[in-house]
Ligand binder design. Structure first.
Ligand SMILES: NC(=O)C1=CN([C@@H]2O[C@H](COP(=O)(O)OP(=O)(O)OC[C@H]3O[C@@H](n4cnc5c(N)ncnc54)[C@H](OP(=O)(O)O)[C@@H]3O)[C@@H](O)[C@H]2O)C=CC1
Ligand SMILES: O=C1O[C@H](COP(=O)(O)O)[C@@H](O)[C@H](O)[C@H]1O
Length: 502
């Protein structure tokens, strides 16, 4: 058994036998994330004997060549502590299970012959995984549909996993939904958002709905505002070509940050049935008032420091225009127009090359109604803040006020909380394990439905339009972001939590 084992509860059933058909077999996602995820699932005994993988790519690959390449990549993870999947060793048993089941076929996604060949090779249950650039999502689904590969006959399932980004604005997302839904039912599509594969993101539902003490205060009467942060210290690295037309807003906000928003703000579903959960999420995103430029800030990093080293400005990164106005930072104030959250601002921020790596949700509670401890320094005591931490140190921390030891009643803020690593096995996982398993099991809870995706794009659409020709503020690489983002909160008498403490 590997040291990584997700789904390690003894009663987790094995996924039914199926073929995982990976379009983009030679790509980065396949190597870095899908293979480690399959290895972990095999280690947990969750893949059936009848499981197999068929890769498709236009690059010439043979079964043996592909198996050797991927074995080499898996081994390389053991030597690279910064790898997304870093394990001490690769256990030959689960990796052998996967390796022996790898097959590959050369084919172009734009060529009808590819789909005819697939139709000859495939039978039974198939999960088609589109590990391909977004421009291929529509054409590949059309190719599959026209070749009859999405027909579910004799009880076999045919499901399609679609990577991100799903569209680049409201119109393109609607057009893509129309294209794919002309070929198969909504229930056959699994639109992935890897944030939902993170254990700690899923755990937000548990924290909210499995703890009776929180529900009564999780509302506008007690919550002052909510802050959602996804700050990264890395720059755009080698992804300038992708990032230039994309920017921080499209890359992170309507997908990842809105998923965090849903987890923290949706109404309790009446069951954990996939549609019950997805209905609540859809209602929440539909309640976001479309964001206008007055309530948002965009920034781009200039040259600065990261980890004590000088780093270049965004405009000096590879494949980036010297006069680029693409934002590498976005901050938004959102209003949720529903009964629970009316009047409670949600401040979201995300950026590259920021002062610290942090993905978290901070719930800021209102102060006590009466300043009983005015004489004891209570007049300016910090309000309670509950931080749900996702990366890099998953856990939770809540700031509360206590009496400072001594003869007098002097108050001081302290933190109470927990780290997941102190309670659970910190097995290296990449987040795709749960998502792949759920797809094989036919559980779409953690995948995005067409209506939610479109509502998310609708919420940011005015901003995308306004930002098309707008200037971009500047922030120094390694700083907390542009000053304009501080002003966005300061005008409401609030401030972002620092990125470099707690
Ligand atoms: N990489 C990552 O970490 C993540 C990626 N994603 C998403 O996953 C998807 C795949 O990303 P990634 O793996 O990085 O992409 P890659 O470009 O690395 O992989 C795509 C693969 O498909 C091949 N290919 C390109 N065009 C064709 C064609 N016409 N016919 C057949 N094969 C073709 C490519 O070959 P060639 O190299 O020769 O072009 C490459 O081997 C994207 O949607 C991305 O947004 C999501 C999260 C993380
Ligand atoms: O999808 C994306 O997410 C990553 C951040 O994900 P994380 O799991 O590392 O927090 C981001 O770097 C990338 O730009 C974006 O495309």
């Amino acid at each position: 058994m590997p040291d990584a084992c997700v789904h390690d509860t003894p009663d987790t059933p094995q996924a039914p036998p199926c073929t995982l058909l990976i379009f983009g077999a030679g790509g980065d996602l396949t190597k870095r994330l899908l293979m480690p995820a399959l290895y972990n699932l095999a280690g947990g005994g969750l893949l059936a004997e009848g499981f197999s993988v068929l890769g498709v790519d236009h690059n010439p690959l043979t079964d043996e060549g592909w198996r050797d390449d991927l074995t080499g990549t898996m081994d390389s993870f053991t030597k690279d502590p910064s790898a997304e999947f870093h394990a001490e060793r690769i256990d030959p048993k689960p990796w052998g299970f996967i390796r022996d089941r790898l097959h590959v076929m050369q084919g172009d996604f734009a060529d009808e012959a590819t789909y005819r060949d697939l139709a000859d090779r495939l039978s039974g249950n198939v999960v088609f995984y589109l590990a391909v650039a977004a421009r291929f999502f529509g054409p590949v689904v059309e190719g599959l549909g026209k070749a009859g590969l999405l027909k579910q006959t004799d009880g076999a399932f045919r499901r399609v996993v679609i990577e991100k980004p799903f569209g680049s604005d409201l119109d393109s997302a609607k057009a893509l939904n129309k294209t794919i839904l002309a070929q198969a039912d909504e229930a056959q599509f699994y639109r992935i958002d890897h944030f939902l594969g993170k254990e700690t993101v899923q755990s937000i539902m548990a924290i909210r709905f499995a703890n009776g003490m929180l529900e009564p205060i999780w509302r506008r009467e007690y919550v002052d505002h909510i802050e959602i942060t996804a700050a990264e210290t890395i720059g755009v690295e080698e992804r300038g070509g992708f990032y230039e037309p994309t920017g921080a807003l499209r890359d992170m906000v309507p997908n990842h940050l809105f998923q965090l928003l849903c987890m923290v703000a949706m109404e309790p579903p009446n069951s954990f049935d996939a549609e019950a959960v997805r209905n609540e999420k859809a209602k929440l995103v539909q309640a976001i008032r479309p964001v206008t430029p007055e309530n948002a800030v965009r920034g781009q990093y200039s040259a600065g420091q990261e980890g004590g080293h000088a780093v270049p400005a965004y405009r000096d990164e590879p494949d980036v225009a010297k006069d680029s106005r693409t934002e590498t930072y976005a901050a938004l104030k959102l209003e949720i127009e529903n009964w629970r959250w009316a009047g409670v601002p949600f401040y979201l921020r995300t950026g590259k090359r920021m002062a610290g790596r942090r993905t978290e949700i901070a719930i800021h509670f209102k102060p006590p109604p009466f300043a009983l401890f005015r004489e004891a320094g209570g007049a300016d005591l910090a309000p309670n803040v509950m931080r749900l931490r996702i990366d890099p140190e998953p856990g939770s921390a809540t700031r509360i006020n206590v009496k400072r030891p001594g003869p007098q009643m002097h108050l001081a803020p302290v933190e109470t909380g927990f780290r997941y690593g102190d309670f659970f096995d910190p097995a290296p996982t990449v987040g795709y394990e749960t998502l792949l398993y759920d797809c094989m099991m036919g559980d779409p809870t953690l995948f995005q439905r067409a209506d939610s995706i479109e509502a998310s794009w609708a919420a940011v659409d005015p901003l995308l339009k306004a930002w098309k020709d707008a200037p971009v503020a500047s922030y120094v690489a390694g700083s907390p972001g542009p000053e304009e983002a501080d002003a966005l909160l300061a005008r409401d008498g609030r401030a972002w939590l620092p990125l470099d403490e707690g």
